[in-house]
Design a protein around this ligand. Structure first.
Ligand code: BG6
Ligand code: MG
Length: 214
């Protein structure tokens, strides 16, 4: 029996995955190298500092710890330029209706995101009120695929992991859910998210009807 849904944020409820990509690409370009969509895919669900480490390795750039902090802050500034303009209309299609339906059915809802900007995004898009628990990058110490973020979510909801269903657009997030003993719905491309228990293209998807089979 599933009694709680745990949602990733970036790329699942809102299209901020695209903003992360643009901001990271700008950072890479300013450091003198390029950054592809394929590389970006591997950063989904990964914390800000760990993402930076991977990008610097790809670009063969070495920075001091202070330099890393400086570039991470700069990247976040560019990212926040997009986020600060976000409105309720920027929620992905079908998401609000789906969350309303969950509430009506008494399903508990938590956020499980690596982002330290999660609350700001939920506020700007008027999604915060749907969540019984918000676990974000300020509460976690380990990046997905570590299951910490989802286990904390289950704990705050007071629901056993086996009763939780995770919605994720990241390969690392699907693995985190499984390692936490939870089923995972992949939101996005089947060729990327093949480890998921069910794949949907979004929340307007006819596949949503298959959720009950999980
Ligand atoms: C995840 C994104 O949700 O949050 C990653 O998928 C991002 O791309 C991570 O790096 C951390 O986000 P933030 O907002 O704290 O820089
Ligand atoms: Mg995501």
């Amino acid at each position: 029996m599933i009694s709680a849904y745990l949602f990733d944020l970036d790329g699942v409820l809102v299209d901020t995955a695209e903003y992360h990509f643009k901001a990271w690409r700008r950072l890479a370009n300013e450091l003198g190298f390029d950054f592809t969509e394929h590389q970006n895919e591997q950063l989904k669900g990964i914390s800000r500092m760990e993402s930076l480490e991977r990008i610097l390795t790809w670009g063969n750039v070495t920075l001091t710890d202070a330099g890393k902090l400086d570039w991470a802050t700069r990247k976040n500034g560019w990212y926040l330029e997009y986020v600060s303009r976000m409105k309720p209309a920027d929620v992905l299609p079908g998401v609000r209706e789906f969350l309303d339906a969950c509430r009506a059915k008494g399903i508990k809802i938590a956020l499980g995101s690596a982002s330290k900007n999660a609350r700001l995004i939920l506020k700007n898009t008027d999604l915060l009120r749907y969540f019984d628990a918000v676990i974000d990058g300020n509460k976690t110490t380990r990046s997905k695929p570590d299951p910490e973020v989802f286990l904390l979510g289950a704990q705050e909801l007071g629901v056993p992991p086996a009763e939780c269903l995770v919605f994720e657009d990241a390969v690392a997030g699907i693995e985190a859910a499984h390692r936490g003993g939870m089923k995972a719905v992949g939101v996005g491309a089947p060729e990327v998210l093949m480890e998921a228990d069910l794949i949907i293209s979004g929340f307007k998807d006819e596949h949503l009807a298959k959720l009950h089979s999980l």
